[in-house]
Design a protein around this ligand. Sequence first.
Ligand code: IMP
Length: 426
Amino acid sequence: MPATIVVGTQWGDEGKGKFTDLLSKEMSMVVRYQGGHNAGHTLVVDGETFALQLVPSGILYDHIVPVIGNGVVVDPFVLLAEMDKLARRGVDTTRLRVSGNAHLILPYHQQLDALHERHLGKAKLGTTKRGIGPAYADKAMRLGIRVQDLLDEDIFRQKVEGSLTHANKVLTKVFNRLPVDPAELADKVLGECLEPLRPHICDTIDLVHTALEGGQHVLFEGAQATFLDLDHGTYPFVTSSNPTAGGACTGAGIGPKHINRVLGIAKAYTTRVGSGPFPTELFDEAGETMVTVGREFGTNTGRRRRPGWFDAVMLRHAVRLNSLTELAITKLDVLDSLDTVKICVAYEIDGQRVEKMPYHQSDFHHATPIYEEVPGWKTDLSHATEPGHLPPAAQHYLDLLEEQVGVPVSLVSTGPGRDQYIQRTA
Ligand code: IMP
């Protein structure tokens, strides 16, 4: 049976959680395939807001098995706190499954993340300081500790010791900090996390394949986004995993033949958190409107997001990188009050018109956007739930966007609520 991937197409915070949640109705399983608690998915259900970090959005549906795949990095303390918070609000978390092959983020990864950032000074990446980079670095250096290691105390203690042999050298010799005691840390993790996590740890590869073989519909939920991808993003201002659709294969243990739908999520404008190039970035009133009306502050970190116009050059590239079959546009209502709205359709680089993403990043750094400007709709869209409810100017904006990007815009979100959306095509 088919599998769907939901992927962010810009620099994150596109509102993936809402559409993952919406599609969840048809799904039996929702699998997170990369990233960690650097993500923040906000869902508004029956007027109640849920901010999820690690737990897949499908947790809010009783018929769904939410899965944390092997490609995710898991802070066990954060995961348990999130599960506890959900349980206290009446959400059943017993169905959650966590891959034994996922890697752990431990407190020293977070400490190293913050120290690296401070060490970089002005060149800092603006990470979430959640330990994501150091945990994936340990994985690549074969010093990582996997969730399954928790189930074998001797192995777990050995691995913590091995990983800290390296990390403590960095902490003490590079950053002049105190070393972490491996036995103390292992005691804390085993003491506080093992028993509550035990029932959730399993072979998620078998789980996912059994579901697919049984004809069930599985949704793969990406965190972060295409231009934060370690390989395809604006390196080094990226995260340390592969949010692009290909990441679902490695991060969940499936081959590409299963995937028949890749839904890209894009905001009707663009935002970015942290450092890095951003050709359509705005420093004017329109940008301020996007930040204030769109409440563009990090779900978990509270950081103000940098605003800018929709960039169709980037989106065309995202279509290629992810094999997008369609697009969902979010936060269209945020632009309701603007007199005119712009779409970047090409860049000017060294006097040349460029319509494709420049492969050399220096070009991207000094690309000047070429805009197509269209009239604003000056109408409150928050109650629009059918294509016919859209004023002609808003319809025109979506048509232009669709034409520029080259894939159908099948869904449009007009507010944070679960029901505030328009289905444009079947
Ligand atoms: P890290 O993922 O914490 O290592 O941060 C690397 C970069 O990715 C920084 O620019 C972060 O701001 C950005 N980033 C990480 N997670 C998110 C997210 O969920 N939304 C938007 N940006 C993110």
